[in-house]
Every structure is written in structure tokens, then in C-alpha cells.
Design a protein around this ligand. Structure first.
Ligand code: MLT
Ligand code: ZN
Length: 481
């Protein structure tokens, strides 16, 4: 078999479909596009195509449809599930959106912004900030992840409790369909009840139903006040109670409520420069709490202080410290956001990205944590993350000195036990990281069979040739490339 399964004539056609013939073919330049961020998946491609605008994306898709070539859309490549990595056949092209990074329109009066898919999330935040508005999606990888990836995976992050996930932040979309037609529902309307709301088919479908090229996103008033605290809680059940009482007492000003276990403090202080133990004495469980308000007169710090004092009296909270400067606030955020990096330094990690009803979180941690303690002697529980959304990164970290290969080889058995418990508690095995190619078997095991059948029917209807991100979310069917 030749190195590429796509005929040279077709590759030339693709090259002439994009301005300045902007494609990448040299092996060493293609390299970054054929591995995922976690190095779980590697593939091959003869060509990375870099369109400059929507018409060029449509041209590329038409050529691929004509020759039945698989297209793998590629943003900032920060997926945890291999969603942007081609397969090993060499018969798929990568479509990188990074040249499409224009901010098309900033609309302060509409509280909206229209951007292209290749914009880095941080650039969208900055453009909103420049007109005294907030684009609230916030994630550790915001400097490199792109809006197209955020949309196609329905990204979450650390402000979902207040503002919702990416899906909740979208007013309109522009999407190139599998036959090259451009779906223009790029409206900036808050209300539009004109039949089926097609936007939501494309958000979270990981490029398998269409290629999102632009979006109109919601903006919000920029916060005038912020209060941030690190809080040592008695246990996760106490954290859940604290969340409920803080939401009420603050007038629902809680924007962030992140669970941080002792191990996360240990690993970040050990491996990340500038992170120090946040309180005088070590504790088992912490939460990073942030309140924000657009009203300058809201006395958030005293509200938070008062609520925490009460929680100390009632035994929910063991100790707490409010950030008294921007530097202290940034240090707390650095600790939280560098947990994944610290985990990488500390060796192997078996990851779960689960969500549960918030009221079931404490029971889940007790039961799943107990299972880990008795079945995984070479691993330590690292359950952290977005408690305010019922979303835990229920990771298991290899213990110092454990054999990483032996440890990671048990991942499927461990994941099965954890995900079965999640299913028993009516949770989700993938809260915010998506399916990609990593979790297809999980989807087949846990998704409602009617929902799964409907997903397959939608895929066939919208992408009858199976050329859009083949083998992601759903298994390739025999008709696909
Ligand atoms: C996070 O919240 O830190 C990210 O989703 C990454 C992770 O799961 O480690
Ligand atoms: Zn997360």
C-alpha cells in the first residue's frame, strides 16, 4: 500500500481549494496534528489543510465528499479524548481552523460577539473585556484551545455553575455541512422559535455532523467585584451543604466552587513553582470558592466572610482564608489550574470525568473512594474539580514508586467499576471532556439505547457518506471512509 491512500491528483485539488495553497505535507510539520494532547492516540495523514474562510472550508468538504475522504477538524488540540486525531489509515485529511481567527463583530449593546472557529478562547475573552463585557467560558487551556473546539465538545470549565456550558453561551452558528452547503443560523437573537433549533445538533457533536466555522456568543456584564477564598471543609458532604447555603446567602453570586483534595495540594506544591500550602495546617478536603457581581456596591467579601464564619460555627468548615490581593487570588487559581500538570509530573493517572446529581456526590466519593482504597493499592484517589456542577475529575494517581505500566494496564477494569457506580447513581461517565475515540465503548455501554439509535440515525442523515470526523463519538460504519 502506498504511503497515502488519497490520490495525488485529489491532494492537488485540495491544495488549490485553499488560498495561497495553504496546506502542510512535510512529515515533521504534520507531526503535531497526528497526536492527541495526552499522547493516547497517533494517526497518519497525507495533508493538513488550512482554509482561510468559510467558502474555502466548503470547497474542501465538497472535494472530500466527491472522493469520500474523511475530514478530521482540528482546533487547539487540547482534547482529552482524541477527538481531533486522524486514524492510522492515512486516508483522512486534517482540517485545521487556525487561520480562521477573525473576530467578525463585537456587539456591546447586544451583549454578543461573533467570532470564527479558529479564535483562541483567550482572544475572545480579551475582545469582550475591551468593551467592558465578559465572555465567561474559562478553562485551564484557554490560551491555546479554540472556540471551534469549545463548541464541538461543549466545553465546561470553572464558571459553569453561574454561566452554563458552551452550549448555553451560543446565540447563533455557521456550519459547513457534509455536502458543502453552508448552514447560516448565525443570528444574534435571544428569541427565535422558528422550528427545530439546529444549533444544538452541532454543539457537542465533535465535528461528526458538520464543521462549525463561526459563532455568535453571549456576553455578560463584566464583574465589578470578586471575592475568592480557599476553604477547608469537613468532608465532601459538608462542601455540598456549604455550596447550597452560599448560593442562597450570596444572592446566587457563586461563580466557582471547585473541590480540591489534599493530594492536589501536595502535588501542586511539589511540582509547580509559585504554589504554596494555602492554610496554616493541612486538611483532607478544600474548596476554591469565588463570588462575583456586576454591582460594585455588593459587598462580596463581607458576605463571604460572614457565611464562612457561620459555617465554621456549624462545623462544616474547618478553616478558611480569603484572598486579600490580586496576587493571592492568582496564587489560589494557579494551584487549581495546575492540578492536571502536577499530575503529569507525578506519573500515571487513570482519569474519569464524571457527573452526578450534586446531592449524590458525597455518596459517590465515599463508595467509589472505598472501592479504590481496597482494589487499587498502587494508586491514590485524586477526586477534584467542578463540584458546583456535580462534575468530578475522579482521577486515580499512581503512588510514588509504583510500576506505571502495571498501574495503567488496569485502567479498563478500574474504569468499568467506577463508571458502573456512576450509572447506578444516574450520573454521566463523560461530563465535559466528550467521547472522541476514547470513550466510544463507554457510550455504547451506558447511553440509553434509544438515544444511541437516534444518534446513529442523525449521523446517517447529516453525513450519509460518513466523511465527517469518522470514528469519533460513534464507530465507523462500513460505508464510511
Ligand atoms: C480540569 O478541570 O482541570 C480539566 O478538565 C482537566 C482535567 O480533567 O484534568
Ligand atoms: Zn475540568
Amino acid at each position: 500500500m502506498s504511503q497515502t491512500q488519497i490520490p495525488v491528483a485529489v491532494l492537488n485539488q485540495l491544495k488549490s481549494a485553499v488560498s495561497a495553497g495553504d496546506v502542510i505535507e512535510q512529515a515533521e510539520q504534520v507531526e503535531p496534528f497526528v497526536h492527541d494532547f495526552r499522547h493516547l492516540f497517533s494517526g497518519r495523514t497525507p495533508m493538513v489543510v488550512l482554509p482561510d474562510n468559510t467558502a474555502e472550508v466548503a470547497n474542501v468538504v465538497r472535494i472530500c465528499a466527491e472522493h469520500r475522504i474523511g475530514i478530521v477538524p482540528h482546533g487547539g488540540n487540547t482534547s482529552y479524548c482524541g477527538g481531533a486525531t486522524p486514524d492510522a489509515s492515512g486516508s483522512q485529511i486534517v482540517l485545521a481552523l487556525k487561520r480562521m481567527h477573525r473576530i467578525r463583530k463585537v456587539q456591546p449593546l447586544d451583549y454578543a460577539i461573533t467570532v470564527e472557529s479558529g479564535c483562541a478562547l483567550a482572544d475572545v475573552q480579551a475582545a469582550a473585556d475591551a468593551v467592558e463585557r465578559l465572555f465567561p467560558l474559562s478553562l485551564g487551556s484557554e490560551g491555546s484551545c479554540q472556540i471551534g473546539g469549545n463548541l464541538s465538545t461543549n466545553a465546561g470549565g470553572t464558571a459553569v455553575l453561574r454561566y452554563g456550558m458552551m452550549r448555553d453561551l451560543v446565540l447563533g452558528l455557521e456550519v459547513v455541512l457534509a455536502d458543502g452547503r453552508v448552514l447560516d443560523v448565525l443570528k444574534d437573537l435571544r428569541k427565535d422559535n422558528t422550528g427545530y433549533d439546529l444549533r444544538h445538533l452541532f454543539i457537542g457533536s465533535e465535528g461528526t455532523l458538520g464543521i462549525i466555522t463561526a459563532a455568535c456568543l453571549k456576553l455578560f456584564p463584566k464583574p465589578a467585584g470578586t471575592a475568592t477564598a480557599i476553604v477547608a471543609v469537613r468532608d465532601p458532604a459538608a462542601a455540598v451543604q456549604l455550596l447550597a447555603s452560599l448560593r442562597t446567602s450570596s444572592g446566587d453570586a457563586v461563580t466557582t466552587f471547585e473541590l480540591i483534595p489534599r493530594l492536589a495540594v501536595d502535588l501542586t506544591t511539589r511540582h509547580i513553582s509559585g504554589v504554596s500550602d494555602p492554610l496554616d495546617r493541612p486538611h483532607e478536603w478544600y474548596v476554591l470558592v469565588e463570588l462575583t457581581s456586576a454591582r460594585p456596591e455588593d459587598a462580596l467579601e463581607s458576605a463571604l466572610e460572614g457565611a464562612l464564619a457561620q459555617a465554621i460555627d456549624s462545623g462544616l468548615v474547618l478553616d478558611a482564608a480569603l484572598a486579600s490581593s490580586l496576587r493571592q487570588r492568582e496564587a489560589l487559581w494557579r494551584m487549581r489550574e495546575s492540578v492536571p500538570e502536577a499530575q503529569r509530573h507525578a506519573g500515571g493517572s487513570i482519569k474519569h470525568d464524571v457527573s452526578l446529581p450534586i446531592s449524590a456526590i458525597a455518596e459517590f466519593i465515599t463508595r467509589a473512594g472505598g472501592w479504590v482504597a481496597s482494589h487499587v493499592p498502587d494508586g491514590q484517589l485524586m477526586a477534584y474539580g467542578h463540584l458546583g456542577d456535580g462534575n468530578l475529575h475522579f482521577n486515580i494517581q499512581q503512588r510514588d514508586g509504583a510500576d506505571v505500566k502495571v498501574f495503567l494496564a488496569r485502567a479498563p477494569t478500574i474504569q468499568r467499576a467506577i463508571h458502573d457506580l456512576v450509572a447506578e447513581l444516574r450520573g454521566s461517565f463523560s461530563a465535559e471532556h466528550g467521547i472522541g475515540q476514547l470513550k466510544i465503548a463507554e457510550l455504547e455501554r451506558y447511553k440509553d439505547p434509544v438515544a444511541l439509535a437516534l444518534m446513529r440515525e442523525l449521523k446517517r442523515a447529516l453525513d450519509p457518506l460518513g466523511i465527517l470526523n469518522p470514528g469519533k463519538v460513534l464507530r465507523k460504519e462500513s460505508r464510511t471512509s
